[in-house]
Design a binder for this molecule. Structure first.
Ligand code: C2E
Ligand code: MG
Ligand code: MG
Length: 799
């Protein structure tokens, strides 16, 4: 594998370093994806822990209950089995006593055999013996204690009267004669005795039996063995004094009372039952106690906890990983947008709330950024036009409810010659200048509202002392003069210091009644007036401007109504060096009902502003094409080329190319006889787009002339890319060429340029023969001007 030429160790080390860096960055500022994965992991863990606790609680309750039931059942079972066993022993002893009493001779030998037989059958008997009526042992099992005087023994004394149950005890005489306990503990016995009577009731002896207390173990073990389930249990049997007769674990030191007192038992679950002994109640009140370690009873709970301890983390890890994978798709776009928002805030220099910028809450970050984008200008951070309008609307609403609404002033600022700075120094420097201007406006305006409305246009909403309109206007004017003065100092930009002037228009409006749009329009008109008057000025919108505005609106309306019924075209011939007409330029006129013929210089700019030029241009184009079609059958005129003027707004219109194609097709005019005059401003748009449009028309056969050439800024490189047929020297140069060197040299240059580009050059505005002569000497052989003819109706066009 290629590791980019690095030795393996370095490559791996690098990988590890990158991994560590990634982990550190995630820990420092986890992305949305990691946070979702962590949240999922934490969620699963908490659900898992909750479920485990719930399960444990339910399970533990059930287990405790069933263990308790089990213990109670066992304690009862054991106590009844011990009682049962004792009852059987009592029956054996009393039955044997009955048999012995009814036999005539108590032959000690025969009796001993019987006793031995019984002991062999029931190993619980440690010893069984028969005494005579005075207490001398006549016979004993295993031949033990024969002849011994037992008259003082409790079993004899008790048994002589009735059936006897003794207390467990250590037998002094018998104990040493028997094999000891395996544990080394002293042997303990429990006595049973029954009187031996003749059928007439005379007591002739006592049959006494000593049971090993160890017999209880046999009963317990038998009982425990018979159970189906085996749990680690402890069984304890205590006599009526509380001494242990039997215990599973020999080292238990606690007393019965202590065990029973402990309630609830901490370490154990326990249950006890009284042995149902066949004797005077209370005397042999034995207690069976069964207990189980709670941890044994609850073992399934711990097992469940252990399993959940493995399952839950595994589940959490896998779900967190799955979330991480899935969230990658969901979170990536959100994170990208959030990053973009952060970058946006950083480049525009707007501080975001640290928490928000830290990225903990993408939604809030996007919200803030969208708000900022919607209401703030991204370049300067000032509020934008919509935000300013909102503020003006708020102001209007607030004033509408006050008793005496005060007028307020809006200042509209426009940098003078900004586009020239932009063209000369580039857009980046242009942006820097705009930012510097915004900063200066902020300083001058202090707490007042500053907005950027677009391009190089700013607005100020100064907080001024109230009063009548004139007072507010005076204050606003003084304020604006301060702003103009603040622009006197140059702006320090990376490319060098730059001085820049500003034109300011002021509108003083009735806060309650004037719409924000109207206030801004009035300020804009005032600003345009300031520009017209010579820049770096302040103009307050007044009645005069108001009237101008009204007149302009009327003019617009009249122009709209005039298309096409009040339009007409005049033709001005274009001639060659012999003075022969080779074509003509169509020049539109407006036959105004009151003002007579209106010059295009008056209405074309308005038509361009309002977009009406598109309709006008279409109408002129139709006239030209119809005329060409009409001339196509006229041998004297079929060679004439007609030129139409197309303004930048028309040429930039998306339907322009198709419109020309349609008109040509509809009229049947020869496209090669149609020439489109464009000015340099029409070509100032996106060069690729301009070339594409021109090429599309060119492919139809249409020609192009560059009108008013020399007044714009076209570069040679740019001109070379355009499919031009003609350059038209602007009339101002023609007019000045005989008197001013500069004009003469421009004319000279244009003609030379035409030659080098291989395009025809025509001079317009040729008024004198001297001009024509001079042009001809320089090599320009096509002319248009009053020298040959004024614009005339088509019928009067000279040939
Ligand atoms: P232009 O295209 O440069 O047209 C030449 C202008 O110079 C015309 O003014 C014409 O009457 C005038 N002129 C011609 N010979 C002489 C001369 O020897 N001396 C003097 N002093 N002037 C001369 P006009 O007709 O007033 O047109 C003014 C401008 O209006 C035109 O300049 C053109 O830019 C625009 N225009 C005229 N008709 C149309 C049109 O149909 N569409 C568009 N878009 N613009 C038009
Ligand atoms: Mg023209
Ligand atoms: Mg011209």
């Amino acid at each position: 594998m290629d590791r980019g030429g690095l030795p393996p160790a370095v490559a791996l080390g690098g990988g590890r370093r990158i991994g560590a860096r990634a982990i550190r960055s995630v820990l420092r500022r986890p992305g949305l994806r990691e946070r979702l994965a962590l949240a999922m992991g934490a969620f699963v863990v908490s659900i898992g822990v909750g479920l485990t606790l719930l399960m444990e609680w339910r399970l533990a309750a059930g287990l405790r209950e069933s263990a308790q039931q089990r213990l109670e059942y066992l304690a009862r079972d054991l106590s009844s089995r011990i009682g049962e066993d004792l009852r059987e022993r009592r029956l054996e002893v009393s039955r044997l006593a009955l048999v012995l009493g009814s036999s005539d001779v108590l032959n000690s030998r025969a009796v001993q055999q019987t006793l031995d037989g019984l002991q062999t059958r029931v190993p619980a008997y440690a010893w069984i013996g028969l005494t005579d009526a005075r207490g001398h042992v006549l016979a004993g099992s295993g031949g033990l204690l024969s002849g011994v005087d037992a008259s003082t023994r409790p079993w004899f004394l008790g048994g002589a009267r009735a059936e006897f149950f003794g207390d467990p005890h250590v037998a002094k005489m018998l104990g040493p004669l028997l094999p000891p306990e395996r544990s080394g503990e002293p042997l303990r016995f429990f006595d049973l005795a029954s009187p031996v009577r003749r059928p007439d009731g005379t007591m002739v002896g006592v049959l006494g039996a000593h049971l090993y207390t160890g017999w209880i173990r046999t009963v317990v073990e038998r009982t425990l063995d018979s159970r189906i389930e085996h749990f680690p249990l402890e069984v304890l049997v205590a006599d009526n004094t509380g001494d242990w007769l039997y215990k599973t674990s020999p080292d238990l030191s606690a007393t019965l009372a202590a065990l029973l007192r402990e309630s609830p038992p901490t370490r154990y679950l326990l249950s006890s039952a009284k042995v149902d002994l066949p004797t005077e109640a209370g005397k042999l009140a034995w207690t069976v106690l069964v207990r189980e370690e709670a941890s044994d009873a609850l073992a399934p709970v711990y097992e469940n906890r252990r399993q959940m301890g493995i399952v839950v983390p595994l589940l959490a890890l896998s779900l967190a990983f799955a979330t991480w994978l899935i969230a990658g798709r969901l979170a990536r776009p959100v994170e990208r947008v959030a990053d973009a928002a952060r970058r946006h805030a950083a480049t525009t220099g707007h501080a975001l709330d640290a928490h928000v910028a830290g990225g903990r809450d993408e939604a809030r970050l996007l919200d803030l950024t969208l708000q900022r984008l919607a209401l703030r200008d991204s370049l300067t951070g000032l509020i934008n036009r919509s935000a300013l309008k909102q503020r003006l609307a708020l102001l209007q609403r607030a004033q509408a409810v006050t008793a005496s609404p005060a007028p307020y002033a809006v200042l509209l600022l426009d940098l003078d010659d900004f586009h020239m700075f932009n063209n000369a120094r580039g857009h980046e420097h242009g942006d820097q200048l705009l930012r510097a201007v915004a900063e200066r406006l902020r300083q001058v305006a202090c707490a007042d509202t500053v907005a950027r409305l677009g391009s190089d246009e700013f607005a100020l909403l100064p907080g001024l002392p109230g009063g009548a309109d004139e007072d507010v206007a005076a204050h606003a004017q003084a304020y604006a003069e301060r702003v103009v003065a603040a622009f006197a100092a140059p702006f320090e930009l990376p490319g060098g210091a730059h001085r820049c002037q500003v034109s300011i228009g002021i509108a003083v409006v009735d806060a309650a009644a004037t719409l924000p749009e109207v206030a801004l329009t009035e300020a804009e008109l005032a600003m345009q007036e300031a520009k017209r008057l010579g820049k770096g000025r302040v103009v307050v919108f007044d009645d005069r401007l108001q009237e101008g505005l009204i007149a302009q609106t009327r003019f617009e309306q009249a122009l709209r109504a005039a298309i096409p019924s009040q339009l007409l075209v005049l033709y001005q011939p274009q001639v060659d060096r012999e003075g022969r007409t080779v074509g003509a330029e169509l020049l539109v006129r407006w036959k105004h009902t009151e003002q007579g013929l209106v010059s295009p210089a008056m209405f074309i700019p308005v038509a361009e502003q309002t977009g009406l030029i598109v309709d006008i241009g279409r109408w002129v184009l139709e006239q030209a094409c119809r005329q060409l079609r009409a001339w196509s059958d006229d041998p004297l005129r079929r060679h004439l080329v007609l030129a139409v003027n197309v303004s930048s707004r028309e040429f930039g219109h998306p339907g322009f190319v198709d419109g020309v194609r349609e008109v040509l097709a509809a009229t049947g005019a020869d496209p090669a006889r149609l020439k489109i005059e464009l000015t340099e401003s029409a070509l100032a748009a996106d060069v690729g787009e301009v070339v594409a449009r021109m090429a599309a028309l060119k492919s139809l056969g249409v020609r192009f002339s560059l009108d008013d050439f020399g007044t714009g800024f076209s570069s040679l490189g740019y001109l070379q890319r355009l499919p031009l047929d003609q350059l038209k020297i602007d009339q101002s140069f023609v007019r000045g060429m005989l008197t001013e060197n500069s004009s003469a040299s421009i004319v000279h240059t244009v003609i030379a340029l035409g030659e080098s580009l291989g395009v025809e050059v025509i001079a317009e505005g040729v008024e004198t023969e001297a001009q024509r002569q001079a042009l001809a000497e320089l090599g320009c052989h096509h002319y248009q001007g009053y020298l040959f003819a004024r614009p005339v109706p088509v019928e009067q066009l000279p040939l």
